[in-house]
Design a protein around this ligand. Structure first.
Ligand code: ADP
Ligand code: MG
Length: 302
């Protein structure tokens, strides 16, 4: 039978918006000594907004056209970055075109045809894979473009490259804010002796800029969605009992791999189904409360 203290703890956690699925998960919670946090939607609000549109080459004087074409290509993407680009274009009352041959490349970006143009929007890996050419007009070189992307990343923004008809056409950057209590929750975890790690598909510089804002020093950046679970396994191999917190479809395998998976309640259904615990109000303080409660419960049972 389930010990009474477990039932009581599960109920008390639920009152705080922390839904623990099983007695086993509750028990394992009490042993967690490493917490892996997805960046976007977990540490940050996950509602990024468009911050910069920097046209290159022959698009130099056509910022709105560049944004309209980029947003049209992103329209069918479910990624929060895509939603930010589309919302940014709509705010400027730009007319979006119909996209055909849309492809989402997980952890990299999208490609599509918009009007007579072939369009790609994504990170440097995507642009490399597609063999995109430098702008044929103007004197920007690769170093200038990389420098601009580094500057945007150092501000904690996520810069993306847009290519139109096989050549670089612009840099589009999206910014997300950290949740109000992420820093407090991370400080509490660290004071409990928990190893706190940030895991993200985003680039190293952006990841560190966000990590600095919330007091995380262990950062694993540039991780492809299919490799997130491996990073959890590596920590387990070092002897850690690992909690993973995530919100996205991408996070599901890592949530399942972790000793305890925590889904952000406002996240995707797939993440919630893959998790042992749901943080209903999305705050990382829920995780802190769960650890406090279960550590106390385990002391009572032992
Ligand atoms: P995260 O782990 O932060 O949720 P993802 O693994 O989903 O990130 O994506 C990694 C990177 O791939 C993003 O930071 C972005 O540069 C690029 N990317 C992914 N999806 C898109 C998209 N729809 N449009 C443009 N870029 C994208
Ligand atoms: Mg995410």
């Amino acid at each position: 039978a389930t010990p009474l203290s477990v039932t009581v703890s599960t109920g008390r956690a639920a009152q705080m918006g922390v839904l623990i699925r099983s007695a086993e998960a509750l028990e394992t919670c009490g042993k967690i000594n490493a917490v892996v946090l997805d960046k976007t939607g977990t540490i940050t609000a996950g509602k990024p907004s468009l911050a910069d549109v920097l046209p290159l080459g022959k698009w130099r004087e056509m910022t709105d056209d560049l944004l309209a074409i980029t947003a049209s290509a992103e329209r069918d993407s479910e990624h929060p970055l895509a939603a930010a680009i589309v919302a940014g274009a709509q705010e400027k009352h730009l007319t979006l075109g119909e996209a055909t041959q849309f492809h989402a490349i997980s952890g990299q970006g999208v490609t599509a045809h918009v009007a007579s143009h072939s369009v790609a929007v994504g990170n440097t890996d995507l642009i490399d894979d597609l063999d995109v050419a430098m702008p044929s007009v103007g004197d920007e070189d690769l170093d200038d473009i990389i420098e601009t992307m580094e500057r945007l990343s150092a501000e904690g923004k996520t810069p993306m490259l847009a290519a139109i008809d096989g050549e670089l056409a612009g840099i589009v950057a999206v910014a997300d804010t950290v949740k109000a209590d992420s820093q407090q929750a991370i400080a509490a975890l660290k004071s409990h002796g928990v190893n706190v790690v940030m895991l993200t598909g985003d680039n190293e510089t952006t990841a560190h800029a966000v990590a600095n804002q919330v007091g995380v020093s262990n950062v694993i950046a540039g991780v492809r969605p299919e490799n997130k679970a491996d990073e959890i396994a590596k920590l387990q191999a070092q002897g850690y009992t690992v909690a993973m917190v995530g919100d996205g479809i991408n996070d599901a395998p890592a949530l399942a791999r972790a000793n305890v998976g925590f889904a952000i309640g406002t996240g995707t259904d797939v993440a919630i189904q893959s998790a042992d615990v749901t943080l209903m109000n999305g705050s990382l303080m829920g995780l802190v409360h769960a650890l406090d409660l279960t550590r106390a419960t385990m002391r009572n049972i032992a």
